[in-house]
Design a protein around this ligand. Structure first.
Ligand SMILES: [Ca+2]
Ligand SMILES: [Ca+2]
Length: 91
């Protein structure tokens, strides 16, 4: 009985981990074409820094679409996270 509980707990943990990872992978792999905050043709950590500068109010861009990496219509930390993931080679 105790072994069954452990197996069930492990299975539940694995299912939760997969469910938590799927939204990040699916949204992070879908970078909108043309989205490139600093416009240098490469998505890297410098783009994440640009997004954080915008979010901090240090920079007011003319074209917000370049900063919306996932194309959800909102520029947020998630867009900076996508740049960091690309820079790290995860996506
Ligand atoms: Ca760039
Ligand atoms: Ca976005």
């Amino acid at each position: 009985m105790r072994l069954i509980k452990k197996i069930a707990a492990c299975s539940l943990t694995a299912a939760i981990a997969v469910a938590a990872a799927v939204p990040f992978v699916s949204s992070a792999t879908m970078i909108v074409p043309g989205a490139d905050p600093n416009g240098d043709g490469v998505i890297d950590i410098a783009d994440a820094v640009c997004i954080y500068r915008v979010l901090a109010g240090k920079y007011d861009p003319d074209d917000w679409s370049k900063f919306d990496m996932d194309g959800n219509g909102v520029v947020s930390e998630a867009d900076a996270y996508i740049c960091q993931m690309r820079d790290a080679g995860v996506i």
